[in-house]
Every structure is written in C-alpha cells, then in structure tokens.
Design a protein. Structure first.
Length: 408
C-alpha cells in the first residue's frame, strides 16, 4: 500500500483527503479538537508538497429516512461543518483554509478550481449527501472527478463502505491515479494488524473484553479465541457467561439471546476464558442516595446487579496480564461512568502500566479508550485506537476493512 509519504509530484494536483472530523460539538462550539489535530501530520505533509487539498468528512448523523423535510434540515443545521473549518484554520495559521458549503455540483467545482498550491478546501459534511452512506456510484463519480489522488486518513470510518471511503478511491484506482494511506491510518493499520498476525514472541497473547452486550462482540470473540492464549471477560458481558456456567446473576444485565453462544464458547475455550470471581453490586442506579453497594463472591443475590468486577477478579486479571507479551483490550470492566464502579477498569489500566512497556498493548477505542484517557493511562499503552467500531471490525475480520482493502 502507498502512504502519503510515497506521493510525489503533487505541485498543482488536487488531492481528495478523507479525514475524520466527526468532532463532538454543539451549536458550532467544538468541545474536543483532538480528531482534527490527529489529521494534521497528513495534511501538513500534503501542504508541504504543494498539493491542493480537498478535505471531506462526515459529522454526526442525518437520518434520511425521516419523512419530515424540516427535521432533515434541522439535523443538517446541527451538523454543519463550517465551525470545523474555523478550528482547522486556527490550528494551521500559516495555511489558507477555505470552506465550501456545497458538497457537490458547480459551486464545489468552482471552489476546487480556485484553490492555489498548498491551500485547503474543507467541504460541507459528506452526509448532507443522501448517497454517501449508500456508496452511490454517481456521487462517487462526481467526487472522484475533482481529484488527481486520494488519501484515506479517517480510521474511524474505514469500516464503512461509503462513497467517500470506498467509492472514490475505487474509481481513482481504476483510472490509474494514486490512492494512499494517511499517517493516522498507517499507525492504526500497523498496530491492529499486529494484533491479528500473531508472532511467537507475542505470546502469551491476552485479550480483555468488556462492555455491555455479548451479541455485539460474538465475531470478535470467535476471532480472538482462535488467536489468543487467554480471553479475560469483564463488564456486563461477563454475567451472560457466568449465567451460562450456572451461576445466579441476580438482576445483572443478561444478553438472553447470547446465552447458548456463551455456553458453546466456554466449552470450546477449555479454560482459556477467564471470568470474574467476584463483583461489586448495587440494588439500584437511581436514586443514588440510599442505594446499597455490596461486594460478593460467586452468586449475586436477588435484587442486586453486578456493576463492576470485584478486587479478587481484578487481582486475577492483573496476574494474567502481568505475563502477557501482547494485550488487546476493548470494553470497560464496569459502569466506569460512575465513580463508585470505576475500580475494576482502573485496575486493568494499572496492570497494563505495570508491564512497563515490556509487552505490546493496544486499547481498541470506544469506551475503553475514553476510560484510559480519563484515568490518565494513555501513555502506558503502545497504541490507543481512535476508532471503536473500526478497530473491532479490523480484529474480527482478520485485519481487513473496506476502507483499507480498497487502497491495496
Ligand atoms: P460497549 O459499548 O459494549 O463497550 O459497552 C460500554 C458500556 O457498558 C459502558 O457504558 C458501561 O457503563 C457499560 N457497562 C460495563 N459494565 C457494566 C455492568 N456490569 N452493568 C451495566 N453496564 C455496564
């Protein structure tokens, strides 16, 4: 695969760059600009090479199935990309950043034609186009017609075969034009590929899974069972497995439909699936005042719900992690959004910190990445992914993602 570094002779050339500027924002105020910052190395490299950059990204959701056109307009307004252009300009004071309110047609073509070498045009939200998520061939053709080359740097969108992530590079590739990975993508692909192409020196390989539903993670469990030496399961997910073992789980979250699957997994894993042996439980989330919080080993009493792993489980998990040479982690060990139920997730972070860089450790984005950052352990990981859905899909599909494969 080509990378942005390999692209040459870009002076005067238009490069279509798919970025992930899906930043948290409200009423035009951007609450976190990290995703914009993450794309800067790729953007700066292309600017330095004299390219004319057309940046495209989605922002939020537009539900096109909504029958009321006024509601569609309101969704568009709530997800307007214009403030992102302002933020990008602040981050790149020496570069001219233009914004195009048009996503297609003559107005966009004119804005692209007016670009000078080393300038940037950020186009309006790709999802303003109904055909984006359907990978509409006409839309992809229109976008591809603007560009001499394509760079993909939106890892968080690489698991979606949309017009901007797959349609455009497919056409450009067909025309013999260069398509390449950006720096952010390159880092993600290299690190996550290592988690599926397991080498001898990466063993023992330990996966840690948590979060809510087993159903969402069946494929990833299947893949990891083939690759890993141990799979540690915490979070709400673990109660479906505990139930499958015959334990009483009180009113803990149960993924009923995945119970048989959990039984089958436990049988086939021959002891390689490690479950919690104790739990922090509560009798209610609300009201917070007066609720009971207890720690129990084994069965959970009626009327109580397991909301975090207990100290014995945390110690057991830490012991297994301490021997690992490679770790892949996705999903919190408990309801980490509430201070009382953070301990288990923190103890996993500490166990990874205590490896002191002696193992290759990856946090697969989403909620666990938020927790790692919130608790201050990001620097202790070899890699913290920027894409929750994309990193899980990359693992479960053995290193394949539509937005990566198309660049091969
Ligand atoms: P996921 O998106 O599947 O990774 O799930 C993340 C969510 O699972 C977080 O919002 C956690 O609060 C929640 N969660 C983790 N453990 C539990 C638990 N034991 N009971 C209920 N929710 C949980």
């Amino acid at each position: 695969m080509l990378t942005v570094k390999d692209l040459t002779n870009l002076q005067g050339k238009v490069v279509y760059v798919r970025v992930d500027f899906n930043v948290p924002q409200k009423d035009g105020v951007i609450r976190d600009n990290n995703r914009i910052k993450a794309a800067l190395p790729t953007i700066e490299e292309l600017v330095k090479k004299g390219a004319r950059l057309v940046l495209m990204s989605h922002l939020g959701k537009i539900k096109w199935k909504e029958p009321d056109p006024e509601k569609i307009e309101a969704m568009k307004k709530a997800n307007d990309m214009a403030p992102v252009a302002g933020e990008l300009q602040k981050l790149l004071p020496g570069v001219k950043v233009h914004f195009s309110p048009a996503t297609r047609g003559e107005a966009l073509k004119e804005a692209v034609a007016a670009l000078k070498d080393g300038e940037i045009l950020l186009a309006q939200n790709t999802r303003y186009e109904k055909g984006e998520e359907k990978n509409d061939p006409e839309l992809a053709k229109d976008w591809a017609a603007l560009a001499d080359a394509y760079v993909m740097d939106a890892f968080g969108s690489a698991h979606r075969a949309h017009a901007s992530t797959v349609g455009v590079p497919a056409i450009l590739k067909e025309e013999g034009k260069p398509v390449a990975l950006g720096y952010l993508m390159l880092k993600e692909v290299e690190n996550l590929t290592r988690c599926v192409e397991v080498k001898k020196e990466d063993r023992p390989y330990v996966a840690i899974l948590g979060g809510l539903k087993v159903t969402d993670k069946i494929q990833v469990i299947d893949t990891l069972l083939k690759k890993c030496d141990y799979i540690i399961i915490g979070g709400a997910m673990s109660y479906t497995f505990r139930k499958a073992e015959g334990a009483n789980i009180g009113k803990s979250f149960l993924d009923e439909g995945a119970l048989e699957y959990a039984k089958k997994c436990l049988e086939e894993a021959h002891g390689r699936i490690i479950l919690p042996v104790d739990s922090v439980c509560t009798d209610s989330f609300e009201p917070v005042e007066g609720r009971k919080i207890i720690e129990v080993e084994g069965d959970i009493p009626e009327g109580f719900e397991g909301v975090d792993i207990g100290p014995k489980s945390a110690a057991r998990f830490a012991e297994i992690i301490s021997k690992a040479k490679m770790v892949f982690w996705n999903g919190p060990m408990g309801v980490f959004e509430q201070a009382e139920f953070q301990e288990g997730t923190k103890r996993v972070c500490e166990a990874i910190r205590d490896l002191n860089g002696k193992a290759f450790t990856v946090c697969g984005g989403g909620d666990s990445a938020s927790a790692v950052k919130q608790f201050g352990y990001k620097a202790d990981f070899s890699h913290v992914s920027t894409g929750g859905g994309a990193s899980l899909e990359m693992i479960q599909n053995d290193g394949h993602l539509p937005g990566v494969d198309i660049l091969k």
